[in-house]
Design a protein around this ligand. Structure first.
Ligand code: PLP
Length: 385
């Protein structure tokens, strides 16, 4: 859009930055499938494209939309999954570097960090990053190179103070990276709060239709670390495919509408489930009784996200029984899609999980909130019969 600066993010996302195909004048961008490009007679690559592994025009278009959403001055980089994006942040470090990461975070990344990243020589320390004093005690000035936080953290939805964590990381000479998958740019833009890198499993609400696996990083500074992250993607070959990038771009057009409806649905559910006789606790940062509520109210906007967890009276068997009895909710892993999902997380995460056995994770979709509540209410009753 020639006058992009004057339109809101919602308008820019709806039109994928308003790009018109210069040849056909199509309002939907074409999908560039070519893996290779003609070199000019003078041996240059004047189009800027050489080969499909380091770069692709459809991928770039989608990256530009996400960079706009995240207010990322140095741009965004798409990867073949959220894990690939996260991996790149750690692979861009050097053996021996010390990293401090949230104790409560996406379990597969925590496992990968503690088992695989350590094999490559990273020194990984976990800490409850919602406690800034604990974070301060864990970082080692001059030694810690990266602080990795996830807020709200999956699946307990604890809140870490992004600006506070950035100040601590920077004072120690480290960068701050934020897994903002659960917040999404609808609620939080970590780079504007001092973070250096923001990461998303774009598989989730950015795409929103449970039909693309994708990850993205966006950066504040175009510095040596970001250059190294780009090298890791190009060399490691973890770029997203053009078809997936196209689908993600299409999903982003309705991102604001979906995120608003899903967050409202989650807030309504959190409130109603808090009063449910079969629910002992609701974990949702929008509830005043949530320990991170005041911070979330300052750090997040447009509500508190689409994710909540409930602890079910009767323990693990009642939680699993409730998930077994739903009819409208889908019993499946993942989050952020238009269809509502319920999952017993402790079964997935296994030994060592910080997730209580009576917890069900709920990803709120766009169905009628009344139906979503009724289905859960009936499932909770069925599990207690
Ligand atoms: N971060 C969070 C918070 C997630 O929930 C997930 C996946 O569930 C990931 C990262 C990893 O993303 P992907 O499954 O696209 O690799």
């Amino acid at each position: 859009m020639a006058d992009a600066a004057s339109w809101s993010k919602k308008s820019l996302a709806a039109q994928a930055l308003g790009r018109i195909d210069p040849i056909t004048k199509a309002v939907v961008p074409p999908i560039h499938l070519a893996t290779t490009y003609i070199r000019d007679p003078d041996n240059a690559y004047s189009s800027g494209f050489v080969y499909g592994r380091p770069d692709n025009a459809t991928v770039r278009q989608t990256e530009e939309v996400i960079a706009m959403l995240e207010e990322a001055p140095a741009g965004a980089l798409l990867f073949s999954s959220g894990m690939a994006a996260a991996n790149a942040c750690f692979a861009a470090l050097s053996p021996g570097d010390h990293v401090v990461v949230s104790a409560v975070m996406y379990w597969a990344l925590r496992n990968w960090l503690l088992t695989e990243a350590t094999r490559w020589g990273l020194r990984v320390e976990t800490v409850e990053t919602d406690d800034l004093d604990a974070l301060k005690a864990a970082v080692r000035p001059g030694e810690t190179k990266l602080v990795w936080i996830e807020t709200p953290s999956n699946p307990l939805w604890t809140i870490t103070d992004i600006a506070g964590a950035a100040a601590i990381a920077h004072a120690a000479g480290a960068r701050l990276a934020v897994d903002s998958t659960a917040a999404s740019p609808f609620h939080t833009r970590p780079l504007t709060l001092g973070a250096d890198i923001v990461m998303h499993a774009a598989t989730k609400i950015l795409n929103g239709h449970s039909d693309v696996v994708a990850g993205v990083l966006a950066a504040r500074a175009d510095d040596a670390y970001w250059a190294q992250v780009k090298k890791v993607r190009a060399g490691g070959g973890a770029i997203i495919g053009p078809l997936e990038a196209y689908l993600l771009n299409r999903g982003l057009k309705t991102f604001y509408v979906r995120a608003a409806a899903q967050a409202k649905g989650a807030a309504d559910l959190a409130e109603r489930l808090s009063a449910h006789p079969r629910v002992t606790r609701v974990l949702y940062p929008g509830l005043p009784q949530h320990p991170g509520h005041d911070l979330a109210a300052r750090q997040m906007e447009n509500g508190f996200g689409t994710m909540l967890s409930v602890q079910v009276s009767g323990g693990e068997s009642a939680a699993i029984g409730t998930a077994a009895a739903v009819r409208l909710w889908k019993r499946a892993t993942s989050l952020g899609g238009v269809e509502s999902l319920v999952e017993h997380r402790a079964s997935v995460e296994g030994p060592g999980t910080p997730c209580p056995p009576d917890l069900l994770r709920l990803s709120t979709g766009i169905e009628d909130p009344e139906d979503l509540y009724r289905d859960l209410d009936e499932a909770l009753s069925a599990a207690h019969r």
